[in-house]
Design a protein around this ligand. Structure first.
Ligand code: AMP
Ligand code: ZN
Length: 665
């Protein structure tokens, strides 16, 4: 088979698997097989750039960088929707429609209103050619490179699609993926994102599409615009879009009466909480497209569509007091302590206030009656103050200037919404926060010790940093509250056992800001031990794959501190792992030191990632393209011929998988 045919076949095959997995949620091959096929395609494409395809499944991994997003005028304006809040509102709307159309039968489609970032996708001859944000409705930003990384957006359509059309939809970030992203951010000592909607729209405007590609975004479509589409109703539109490969949620209903619409609303008002993504209402549309056209638009919205907003789950209560929490990194979070109130089935006593600006913006004061709402966030938030019920003589909230825990003056750097307590070593919640992070499951996973134990030990003056754990004795612990002989012994044993935890996790446990699990792994691999890492310069650090300036600076700051170095010395004396283990080192040699090796094709006995790991374990570097610096090209099956030609031309030795394995074993 010639290369072009091979490419086409592989691309088509991957398109089908992609659709099965991300749109239909019914994969037919394993993730591993999928990855292997994708890698094979990537290699084949890299070796044959003359057969570039702007709709190739490999574009999902991103990599394209956009410095400035171009402004694009929409061919068809992106309108807003009118809102309704009651059955009466809908009945009024129906009357207006009947008046507009005369005495004809009108039916409606109901869909959910997905809460994310609006997007308009343009397809020509079945290919995605452009993705534009809503912007002001008339013009938006060209975010095509980023949108191409979203797996449920088809890059090429199937079936009897029209030659040219726009399709509108909503880019959403499902709750689960959102929670995972936040978990990671918290572990890295970063601020969590506020809500899925803002994070979804922020993701579209990232300059590096490889980062967008890592976000678990989804794209839900609901409307086609264009001439000669052959479509006659909204209902048929949804079906057709599905047929052509778009992700169109199956939750939709064709209704004849306002009563039926209200049933749909009532059902989904409750059951929407079972959906994987956020919705904020129902959108009702006149089903017949001819009728839609007759009704037309007002200056801001279609007359043929109406949003019915779900009542955000809201309650009013009294804000008793604003208190301030200090996180492990010193970030200050204001918290509203409320008169307990029932909201969406749970009793709410606290709400997040985010930061000083937020408090000032809403003019939130102690003693105020406030509206609390539960949206996509886990913690409820205050959305409004009931000014009519503000007590007499109330004073504007004066944001704290000093740390509530240690009284040092707070700092706020420009462009950062948060205040920080920078008393790193003297501020109790920062001290305990670091120790709690150290013992946590993903870090040292110390058995017999939990967050409360850490707080207790700190209060009793037994520990002030994580090196102190290793000097605790059973005798010291036993007199403590709720400490029996057995639990004291368990704790000591748990601490002792933690010296087995591998270096990469120890590095994560140290709680260096921005050094999360993945970064810790990268650094451990690159430097092999803490001494080498602590001596690394900023230039050397940023040269490590995926380590940026921000992380490098934080690492330097950490090791530049004498207290930190002293703590590490103590941990060393207690036997904590500060280098890659013997076993790991055994697999690591210098056999390939200083050599860059390029891997291409598909291999028989070993996965590509394993192969790359072997190269790195043996001191080599994995190269992405062949140059005169390439030491070897490891050639697998289906390797691109242009890579071979280039290697031959430059005299780079081409070796087989077996030859490579012999070389390192
Ligand atoms: P609004 O911004 O409140 O005026 O609402 C209009 C927005 O709702 C549109 O920009 C759409 O992106 C969004 N939307 C979400 N789901 C739907 C849907 N099923 N039909 C139409 N618009 C929707
Ligand atoms: Zn403090």
């Amino acid at each position: 088979m010639d290369i072009e045919a091979q490419l086409t076949e592989l691309r088509n095959e991957l398109r089908i698997h992609n659709h099965n997995y991300y749109v239909l949620d019914r994969p037919t091959i394993s993730d591993y097989e999928f990855d292997m096929k994708l890698k094979a395609l990537q290699d084949l494409e890299a070796a044959n750039p003359q057969f570039y395809d702007a709709t190739s499944p490999t574009l999902r991994v991103g990599g394209g960088v956009t410095k400035n997003f171009d402004t694009v005028v929409h061919d068809h304006r992106m309108y807003s929707l009118d809102n309704s809040y009651s059955k009466e509102d809908l009945e009024d709307w129906e009357k207006r429609i009947q008046r507009g159309l005369g005495d004809v039968d009108v039916t409606f489609t109901c869909e959910l209103k997905y809460d994310g970032a609006s997007i308009s996708l343009t397809y020509e001859n079945g290919e995605l050619i452009r993705a534009v944000t809503r912007g002001d409705g008339t013009q938006g930003d060209d975010v095509t490179t980023n949108v191409k990384t979203i797996n449920s957006v088809p890059l090429r359509l199937k079936g009897d699609y029209p030659e040219k059309f726009d399709i509108r939809g909503e880019i959403v970030l499902p709750f689960e993926g959102f929670a995972k992203m936040n978990e990671e951010r918290i572990a890295n000592g970063e601020e969590p994102y506020m809500n899925p909607r803002n994070t979804a729209s922020g993701s579209l405007k990232l300059q590096d599409s490889a980062i967008t590609a890592q976000r678990p975004l989804d794209c839900l479509l609901y409307g086609i615009v264009g001439r000669n589409t052959g479509i006659t109703s909204q209902w048929q539109m949804l079906e057709k879009a599905r047929e052509w490969g778009f992700k169109v949620p199956s939750v939709a209903k064709h209704c004849k009466t306002v009563g039926e619409i209200m049933d749909f609303v009532a059902y989904w008002d409750v059951h929407r909480h079972e959906l994987p993504y956020e919705t904020d209402g129902v959108v009702i549309k006149v089903n017949d497209l001819q009728q839609q056209e007759e009704l037309g638009f007002t200056s801001k919205s279609p007359r043929w569509a109406m949003a019915y907003k779900f009542k955000a789950e809201q309650a009013t209560t009294v804000l008793r007091e604003i208190s301030y929490q200090v996180g492990r990194t010193g970030a200050i979070t204001p918290v509203a302590n409320l008169e307990p109130v029932l909201l969406a089935g749970t009793t709410v006593k606290r709400a997040s206030l985010h930061n000083a600006d937020q408090i000032a913006k809403f003019d939130i004061r102690e003693g105020d009656t406030v509206f609390v709402e539960k949206g996509g966030e886990i913690i409820p938030k205050i959305v409004q103050v009931d000014f009519t019920r503000r007590p007499e003589g109330s004073k504007p909230t004066a944001y704290i200037t000093h740390c509530p825990e240690c009284d040092s003056e707070l700092e706020r750097t420009e462009g950062d919404a948060k205040h920080y307590c920078v008393n790193y070593y003297g501020c109790p919640p920062q001290i305990t926060g670091r120790m709690q992070h150290y013992i946590s499951r993903k870090a040292m996973d110390i058995e017999g010790m939990g967050s409360e134990t850490v707080t207790l030990l700190f209060k009793e003056g037994l520990v002030t940093n994580y090196a102190d754990f290793y000097e605790l004795t059973k005798e010291q612990l036993m007199p403590l509250e709720r400490m029996a002989e057995k639990s004291a012994a368990n704790l000591v044993a748990g601490v002792a056992a933690s010296v087995q935890i591998p270096f990469e996790r120890v590095l994560f446990a140290l709680g260096i800001r921005f050094v999360g699990e993945t970064v810790a792994k990268k650094l451990a691999r690159a430097y092999k031990n803490i001494d080498a890492l602590s001596e690394a310069t900023e230039e050397a650090l940023v040269a490590v794959d995926e380590i940026g300036e921000r992380i490098a600076k934080s690492v330097l700051e950490f090791f530049g501190n004498a207290t930190n170095r002293a703590i590490i010395d103590r941990l060393k004396r207690h036997g904590v792992q500060f280098s890659i283990s013997e076993e790991q080192l055994q697999h690591q040699t210098d056999k390939l030191k200083g050599r860059t090796i390029v891997v291409s094709g598909v291999f028989e006995t070993i996965g590509r990632n394993e192969l790359k790991k072997l190269i790195e374990d043996n001191g080599g570097k994995v190269g992405s393209s062949i140059s005169s610096n390439t030491a070897y090209l490891v050639a697998g099956d289906k390797m691109g011929p242009s890579k071979r030609t280039k290697a031959e031309k430059l005299g780079v030795p081409i070796i087989s998988e077996q030859e490579f394995l012999q070389m390192v074993n």
